[in-house]
Design a protein around this ligand. Structure first.
Ligand code: PBG
Ligand code: ZN
Length: 315
């Protein structure tokens, strides 16, 4: 059954199409800007008008959704830019939905791009640790402002305890019961986020994120995290990064049966790009193989910086 492509097609177990992919996008203040992220060849940061143009291509390519990350002009201790109705993400969402009503726009909900210290939550006074509960309140406020701007789904990536329940409650109270929550349930304290932090200017000023992101050595804990988020009202759970954690994707899928997303992160992307640039791998084949593996492990959707290119290759 492997002899010809048609025979292989008859028995292929895993399907990979552009509709399974989510394209991350970085939006910055200003106008007429598109600048490449040095550590992520092929990935650009767009000002709103340019992003609207880019999103048109993403929609035409049949990609499932856009996942929006904002880079604000100013940062402060409490990350106020994250929940400002005139903030960068809120304005971008309005412009995107206005121009492309059918494009699914998801927003990353976190404080790290907006806090002066670069942590995903607020730092408790006189310490270097995040204050879980105050952070949760601000995250819920952020998610609500995204929904009010017209986001189709919100994706909290902070890893604070109880934020999914709090966001669900807040959204329901304010008339957004139809907005789903895609929870980054098993987000590991990973070395593979380096290039993203360049792109989002969100490298922590002190310490690291191991106090709230997961220990790479744990998998059973990921299942518990996913189950908790689902109990709190998550509609989809996410595992991140993807390739080093395919066992976790499988365990979460089998244990919960819920819709699962996997985030093929910046470091995974940049490694492939670097090897390809050196002529060491066949980029197209390697990328399709990686994305197929993530689907085979049990992911329904894949967040990947390769979405647009892969959509082209999968046509
Ligand atoms: C932070 C956040 C991170 C990513 C998305 N949102 C990681 C981090 O800085 O801890 C990583 C995405 C990537 O590496 O592609 N909330
Ligand atoms: Zn964060």
């Amino acid at each position: 059954m492997r002899r010809t492509d048609t025979l292989r097609g008859l028995v292929r177990e895993t399907e990979l199409t552009p509709a399974h992919l989510i394209q991350p996008a970085f939006v910055i203040a200003g106008e007429g800007i598109r600048e490449e992220v040095p550590s992520m060849p092929g990935v650009e940061r767009f000002s709103i008008n340019n992003l609207v143009e880019e999103a048109g291509e993403v929609a035409t390519a049949g990609i499932g959704a856009l996942m929006l990350f904002g880079i604000p002009n100013a940062k402060d201790e409490f990350g106020t830019g994250a929940y400002d109705d005139e903030g960068i993400v809120q304005m971008a969402v309005r412009a995107l939905k206005d121009a492309h009503p059918d494009l699914v726009v998801m927003t990353d909900v976190c404080l790290c791009e907006y806090t002066s210290h670069g942590h995903c939550g607020v730092i408790r006074e006189g310490s270097t640790e995040v204050d879980n509960d105050i952070s949760v309140e601000l995250l819920a406020k952020t998610a609500l402002s995204h929904a009010e701007a017209g986001a189709d789904a919100v994706a909290p990536s902070d890893m604070m305890d109880g934020r999914v329940g709090s966001i669900r409650h807040q959204l329901d109270e304010e008339g957004h019961s139809g907005v789903p929550i895609i929870a980054y349930s098993a987000k590991y304290a990973s070395a593979y986020y380096g290039p993203f932090r360049d792109a989002a200017e969100s490298t922590p000023e002190f310490g690291d994120r191991r106090g709230y992101q997961m220990d790479p050595a744990n998998a059973a804990e990921a299942v518990r995290e996913a189950e908790l988020d689902l109990e709190e009202g998550a509609d989809m759970v996410m595992v991140k990064p993807a390739l080093p954690y395919l066992d976790v994707v499988r365990r979460v899928k089998d244990a919960t049966g819920a819709p699962v997303a996997a985030y093929h992160v910046s470091g995974e992307y940049s490694m492939l790009k670097a090897a390809a640039a050196n002529g060491w791998i066949d980029e197209r084949a390697a990328v399709v193989e990686a994305l197929t593996s993530i689907r085979r492990a049990g992911a329904d959707a894949i967040v990947t910086y390769y979405a647009k290119e892969a959509a082209e290759w999968l046509r």
